[in-house]
Design a binder for this molecule. Structure first.
Ligand code: P6P
Length: 355
């Protein structure tokens, strides 16, 4: 009999608070198979990494030696932030002695990191950008972690990880953590995109939204217009179009995860095109563009290089880069139409001048 003086907690609230990430992952599988248990355990480790990084970020300004640069340069030729190193080491630590992940491939490491005690058993590779947008760390703006999960194929005896040089459709799952006013984890295992919010009082990621889908069009275009004169004319034509037409608004944070999260929830398009000098662009394929492309397609959006679907790209090296146009289908197609029209005009002019 309910005590009238006691508040009745609606079942859905209690049940919702108990829909933790690991439980939600298990629900993605038809049975509690060994694979389901492995993937659930892997996601739980990623969640632990996210909690450790979130905790460090929330105290970064108060702890000596947390902010600023290490003085080193990474394989990308970028100055390394202390937070990059910490976050990279967190991912390594949470997977040691796990029997789950044999290899870790990170933006911060030239070669994959092997965890030998896991390798005969753990047949998974985690690819990740431990801190995406680290230029935002010292100014307390949002940053993120991006991850992609692939099955290890073969024994990789010469430790060259050539089996990772395959297209994005080979991903088993992908996701990101957004360290913002709250810490949000978004993931997909190929059955929709789902978001979780870290409840610090519980130390658990609690289900926030299931089966997130983008609208076919959104008002936001997200691009660093400081690169305007480095782009090809087709991209400049697209930018002039959205400048001239009502209904568009620019948003750009300098951190891919935050900019993508806005597009995922509100629609629109994020672009990091190539430039004339660097046609491959800046973003890394295997642990930045491809995981987000996996998510956006699961959310009924699109991801393209401007010339082909992003998930079809086969990298030639671990740290390969690719141009990225990602978001609502209509907005991605609009950008592609400018590229295709311009390419057609150029080839027609070439044909005329050479005839
Ligand atoms: P730019 C961060 O360094 C990053 O890799 C992405 O997170 C972000 O979208 C992009 O680079 C920002 O690059 O050239 O606009 O500063």
């Amino acid at each position: 009999m309910n005590n009238p003086d006691q508040p009745v907690i609606p079942e859905h609230t209690l049940d919702r608070d108990c829909t933790t990430l690991s439980r939600h992952v298990l629900q993605q599988f038809p049975s509690f198979s060994a694979e389901a248990q492995d993937i659930s355990a892997i996601m739980n480790r990623i969640a632990l990494a996210a909690k450790l990084i979130s905790r460090r970020l929330s105290r970064a300004g108060l702890m000596a030696g947390t902010l600023g640069f290490t003085g080193e340069t990474n394989v990308q030729g970028e100055s390394v932030k202390k937070m990059d190193v910490y976050a990279n080491e967190v991912f390594i630590s949470v997977f040691k002695q796990s029997g789950l992940v044999c290899r870790l491939a990170s933006e911060e490491m030239e070669k994959p990191y092997y965890i030998p005690e896991n390798c005969p058993i753990g047949r998974y590779t985690l690819l990740y950008d431990p801190i995406d947008g680290s230029s935002n760390v010292d100014i307390n703006l949002n940053v993120g972690s991006i991850f992609s999960l692939r099955q290890q194929e073969g024994n990789d005896l010469n430790a060259e990880a050539r089996d990772l040089l395959q297209d994005g459709h080979k991903q088993i799952g992908a996701g990101y953590v957004l360290y913002g006013p709250s810490t949000v984890l978004v993931y997909s295992l190929g059955q929709g995109v789902h978001s979780f919010i870290l409840d610090p009082s519980l130390g658990e990621f609690i289900l926030a939204e299931e089966n997130i889908t983008l609208p076919a069009h959104g008002p936001v275009y997200s691009v660093n217009e400081g690169n305007y004169w480095q782009w090809s004319e087709s991209i400049r034509e697209y930018i002039r179009y959205v400048h001239r037409h009502e209904g568009y608004t620019a948003r750009y944070s300098g951190a891919l995860v935050g900019d993508f999260h806005r597009i995922l929830l509100q629609g629109g398009v994020f672009l990091y095109p190539g430039t004339v000098k660097k046609p491959e662009g800046k973003l890394r394929l295997l642990y930045e563009s491809a995981p987000l492309a996996f998510l956006v397609e699961q959310a009924k959006g699109r991801a393209s290089t401007g010339f082909q679907d992003l998930l079809d790209i086969v990298p030639d090296k671990l740290h390969a880069r690719s141009p990225l146009i990602i978001g609502s289908t209509e907005d991605v197609q609009l950008v592609e139409s400018f590229i295709q029209d311009w390419t057609r005009r150029v080839s027609e002019q070439t044909a005329v001048t050479s005839s």
